[in-house]
Design a protein around this ligand. Structure first.
Ligand SMILES: Nc1nc2c(ncn2[C@@H]2O[C@H](COP(=O)(O)OP(=O)(O)OP(=O)(O)O)[C@@H](O)[C@H]2O)c(=O)[nH]1
Ligand SMILES: [Mg+2]
Length: 283
């Protein structure tokens, strides 16, 4: 169930806010066209349905997109914390096309944290830098300082793709990566090299967890989430249905071989001997 009232819906896409006892955090997924923002939200959503995570979706993902799947306005998924049931994580993606810059400006308002999905393919460097600069300009110096930035280096498909080191240099140029003596250096963006495939879900989920952890630290709230823990599915109740189930017997411990020696002369003894055949002493 979507926890929004009609009034809340008016504020959609504008702010993180508190209604009654509930806290709505806003996390914005940023990046150029086709970098993988919608794919990332889709994976988080699928995981939250299929697995026992620390969040549950409050409803399906809303998508405002073109027929080809690219985002026209935004995608939005709302997830509720299981540990803190008054905390909701609203995750939005922006439309990455160049011409959607005015829409992105609206979407940025009230963001508590940013997950920046980079398209690391060759030839995309300039576009990635441009949209980073757009984000920096919208944040008016608040990126890193009060708004955490998490980076997903996606689509590293060839040798000359953008590397982590390349992107750190770009962040340095934009004053978004501080030297070790700087008070903000602990908040340097965490950079994850990712592939947006379901098999990579552990690291993908933990990017989101890290973003929430940083928001919690900046805002002094209890919004923390547990990192991804793989919990194997329950075995089927009806064992007859599971034709392929194999029982793994615990390996039997082997009896250690004990060797006996005469305590008087040190000669090796047979197990059932009552006296030593070498020195003749009895036991
Ligand atoms: N092979 C591969 N394909 C990917 C990966 N990430 C995204 N894609 C594909 O790239 C295409 C674009 O991904 P989207 O998630 O729609 O891109 P977007 O960033 O939301 O793009 P806009 O909505 O236009 O801003 C889709 O076909 C995805 O399946 C990846 O890591 N590997
Ligand atoms: Mg999209």
């Amino acid at each position: 169930m979507d926890p929004y009232s009609a009034d809340d819906i008016k504020r959609r896409g504008e702010k993180s806010f508190i209604t009654g006892r509930n806290i709505y955090l806003k996390i914005l997924i940023w990046g150029i066209h086709e970098s993988g923002k919608t794919a990332y939200l889709d994976i988080l959503y699928k995981m939250s349905q299929d697995e026992d995570l620390d969040i549950r979706p409050t409803g399906p993902i809303n998508k405002i997109s073109k027929a080809d799947g690219s985002t026209l306005y935004f995608d939005r998924g709302v997830f509720q914390s299981k540990a803190y049931q008054d905390v909701y994580y609203q995750i939005y993606t922006v439309a990455g096309g160049l011409r959607f810059s005015p829409l992105r400006k609206k979407m940025f308002k009230g963001s508590d944290g940013i997950i920046f999905v980079i398209d690391a393919r060759t030839g995309k460097l300039e576009e990635n830098v441009k949209i980073l600069q757009e984000l920096k300009s919208l944040s008016r110096g608040q990126l890193i300082k009060t708004i955490p930035l998490i980076v997903l280096l996606n689509k590293r498909v060839s040798e000359d793709s953008i590397t982590k080191e390349d992107f750190i240099q770009i962040l340095r140029n934009e004053d978004l990566w501080r030297g070790s003596n700087d008070e903000f250096s602990p908040w340097n963006p965490e950079i994850y090299e990712t592939v947006l495939a379901y098999e990579q879900r552990a690291v993908l989920y933990n990017c989101f967890v890290e973003c929430v952890r940083r928001i919690s630290m900046y805002r002094g709230g209890d919004f923390y989430l547990y990192p991804y823990v793989f919990r194997p599915p329950d075995p089927p109740d009806d064992i007859g249905v599971a034709t392929n189930v194999q029982r793994n017997e615990p390996a039997k411990e082997e009896e250690p071989e004990v060797e006996l020696f005469c305590r008087y002369c040190g000669s090796k003894l047979a197990m059932d001997e009552r006296f030593c055949v070498v020195c003749g002493k009895k036991f």
